[in-house]
Design a protein around this ligand. Structure first.
Ligand code: ADP
Length: 734
């Protein structure tokens, strides 16, 4: 959570532990040794003697020998508070004595002893027992809070009892409430951290109970003001009667609360929250009941750590199950990134609203994610970002990762190169935190110079909605762990896939190379005897001229034609294998120059066919192998001219912009039926009788496709009989 940015120096300076006075529902004596060194000004009301008359008196003189003995017994304990309440009597009146030692000074506070009837005592005991059972029974954090709110209200009868939980930035939230039906609910309201300033929190940690029976009390000073031994005003950090800071009194007035009791809730010695009891009229609570509340608070405190740990364990378990299921699903697919993006578990795992996977040159997104372009930019930025704990986690990405287009970003790199990432997103919490007051206007110093009221808490407790701009719900330790776990799973799956693919590639490359080598050798070796056959046919024709009849000569001519045809087939097979074996030599290539060469080499055919060549606009410059791409154009233009029997033949060479750009060769020739659009790319596949359209081997398009694919591109066509043909191709991956 963010800092509300409120300056509270005045409130933080308020020396609330040394107010110099007490509340009047009891009296206070501070000792020096066995004698009274300070007494509250109201001592006469409680102890039957004026403060001045008590100073220097021994405990026995004030409380009688029995009372003094009990006090001394308490003071012998490490923490004298364990003996409270000490039964005392003074001025003929039964009193509850509360003994403590603080800052090296022994202090005795007295207040009216509880005057419970046996029935009332039984009822309190039953309520306390019931509370113990309820709190003991509760398993979850939520039920612990609910049960303690209910139990404390049942025990004390306050109009409203709420459980107030501190967040990491010390702002508070009401997480449970038991109240009189007629009161408006405070549940889920948030209070700014300034409502309970640091030094108040320090006192709540020290002292589990804080009781203010009547906010409109008159403070009672101590006589003398300073303790004679320390020379300083008494530190009342542990005193039950400690006077209330004027600012807090004002706060209670604003809330319309007359009497309060506050019980601290601690986890591992740190303040976790408070039980705040509010009453609309003044309310005094006997010590026994307060102590019962304190015990309930201590029981709660002992259990809250375990309950939270259990909740974390449950959450971790759920995460582990999700992850295990996800692992199985990823293991069964080659497209792990696509699969992961489609899997709802990806978002559930960390409670994100969107996610992206940047891997293998692709961006896959899930849920509510920024555009792929923005994600690329983010990934580039992440590559240079510090990686505490192996990941990047922020709930205010706008400041930390400008341009992230989300408020919360959690990102794990998938490789040490930091080029591949899984990134999760959380939106800005239109954090409708129901602040119970405006945190930006907490305390206004008043100018009336009145010493007691130095600060005025805000007057308004109307619901105030604070929208925390640019912040998301923060990522928890569990979220981070889950992100790192997923990274491990993906790394394993990807590694396994990469190994499989590498093995497959090796096998494919081997068989491709073997095939090409075989074709090369075969075509080489086949040509030799073929040449021999042809030579012998020629020799026959020459040496036996005149001895052969017309049929014999015809047979010889056929033999020669067949050898020539076979030679053509072998030649094209040889060329096909060469394209497979040769390394492509990529360079930025001006395709206009390539076309010029092609047209030049086809000039004879073009002139003969009387074809009009159209190039509507200059071709682009693209990275490719110029010689091989020349071969592609050569084959396509050659076919475009060849498979055309119209008198007005034309061929158009052009391109369309895009990523990647698309090149095309279009003709107004005989066209190709759709059912043949795929087969024409197969080796030796021709659609026509051998001698129609000037013959051919059926290898041209096979070579075209091989060259295009070796560039990472693809080739396809649009055509129908009698309506011409357009071959399209690209020279880069889509
Ligand atoms: P070849 O032209 O040597 O027969 P190709 O592989 O170049 O072999 O073409 C395969 C077949 O595709 C051709 O036989 C022809 O039937 C058909 N074809 C290719 N280009 C065109 C075109 N522009 N118009 C019509 N048919 C074509």
């Amino acid at each position: 959570m963010r800092d509300t940015g409120v300056e509270l120096t005045e409130c933080d300076r308020e020396p609330i532990h040394i107010p110099g006075s007490i509340q009047p529902h009891g009296a206070l004596l501070a000792l020096a040794g066995d004698a009274v060194a300070q007494a509250s000004a109201n001592a006469h009301d409680w102890l039957g003697a004026a403060p001045e008359a008590l100073l220097g008196r021994s405990l026995a003189e004030v409380f009688g020998p029995e009372g003094a003995a009990r006090i001394r017994q308490a003071l012998e304990l490490d923490d004298p508070r364990a003996a409270n309440p000490v039964r005392l009597e003074a001025g003929g009146r039964a009193l509850d004595g509360l003994v403590h030692r603080h800052d090296g000074v022994d202090v005795i506070e007295v207040e009216a002893a509880a005057e419970q009837t046996p029935d009332e005592a039984r009822a309190s005991l039953a309520a306390f027992r019931h509370g113990l059972v309820e709190v003991q029974k509760a398993r979850s954090v939520r039920s612990l809070c609910d049960s303690i709110a209910r139990s404390v209200r049942e025990l004390t009868g306050y109009d409203r009892v709420l459980v107030y939980r501190f967040h990491a930035d010390w702002h508070g939230e009401v997480v449970a409430e038991a109240r009189d039906e007629s009161l408006e609910p405070f549940l889920e309201l948030h209070y700014p951290a300034s409502d309970i300033p640091a030094q108040a929190r320090a006192l709540y940690r020290l002292n589990w109970l804080r009781n203010i029976p009547d906010r409109e009390y008159r403070p009672v000073p101590l006589v003398p003001a300073a303790h004679p031994r320390t020379g300083r005003p008494l530190d009342m950090g542990l005193a039950a009667l400690r006077s209330v800071a004027p600012v807090h009194v004002q706060y209670l007035r604003n809330m319309g609360v007359a009497g309060t009791l506050t019980i601290s809730l601690l986890r591992d010695g740190e303040l976790w929250g408070l039980i705040a009891c509010h009453h609309n009229t003044p309310r005094a609570l006997p010590y026994e009941l307060r102590a019962s509340c304190e015990l309930l608070g201590q029981l709660f405190s002992a259990r809250i750590g375990a309950a939270e740990a259990e909740e974390h364990r449950d959450a971790d378990l759920r995460r582990a199950e999700t992850l295990a299921a996800l692992t199985d699903r990823l293991a069964g697919t080659r497209d792990w990134a696509g699969e992961l993006a489609r899997d709802p578990a990806l978002l559930q795992l960390v409670g994100a609203s969107g996610a992206a996977i940047v891997a293998e040159g692709r961006v896959e997104t899930a849920g509510d994610a920024p555009t792929p372009r923005a994600i690329q930019v983010l990934a580039a930025r992440l590559a240079g970002h510090p990686l505490p704990g192996g990941l990047v986690a922020t709930d205010h990405a706008r400041d930390e990762l400008p341009g992230a287009e989300a408020s919360g970003v959690l990102a794990v790199p998938l490789s040490d190169t930091r080029l591949q990432w899984i990134v999760w997103f959380r939106p800005e919490v239109v954090q409708s935190v129901n602040w119970a007051g405006d945190p930006r206007k907490p305390m206004e110093p008043v100018a009336d110079g009145a010493m007691e009221v130095r600060l005025t808490p805000r007057g308004s407790f109307a619901l105030w909605k604070e929208t925390v701009r640019g912040h998301s719900v923060p990522w928890t330790a569990g979220d981070r762990r889950a992100a790192l776990d997923l990274r491990r799973v993906v790394a394993e799956v990807v590694l396994r896939h990469a190994e499989e693919i590498a093995a497959l590639n090796r096998a494919l490359a081997r068989s491709n190379a073997e095939l090409d080598a075989f074709t090369y050798i075969a075509s080489h070796d086949l040509r030799e005897p073929l040449r021999g056959i042809r030579n012998y046919a020629d020799m026959l024709r020459e040496d036996y001229a005149g001895r052969l009849d017309a049929e014999g000569t015809g047979m010889l001519d056929t033999l020669t034609r067949l050898t020539m045809r076979m030679d053509g087939l072998i030649e094209s097979l040889f060329e096909y294998s060469r394209v497979g074996r040769l390394e492509m030599e990529f360079a930025p290539t001006d395709l206009n120059a390539v076309i010029d060469d092609v047209l030049h080499s086809l000039a004879h055919q073009l002139r003969e066919a009387g074809v009009e060549i159209r190039v509507p606009r200059p071709l682009p410059t693209l990275p490719c192998d110029p010689v091989r791409v020349g071969q592609v154009f050569q084959n396509l233009v050659h076919n475009a001219v060849k498979y055309n029997d119209r008198p007005d033949r034309w061929v158009e060479i052009g391109w369309r912009e895009g990523t990647p750009p698309v090149l095309y060769v279009r003709d107004n020739g005989i066209g190709i039926p759709a059912r043949h659009h795929e087969v024409i790319f197969r080796i030796y596949k021709r659609l026509h009788a051998r001698d129609r359209f000037g013959g051919g081997t059926g290898v041209g398009l096979t070579i075209v496709r091989r060259i295009v694919e070796r560039h990472g591109g693809r080739v396809w066509l649009e055509s129908a009989p009698e309506s011409g043909t357009t071959f399209f191709f690209t020279l880069q991956p889509d």
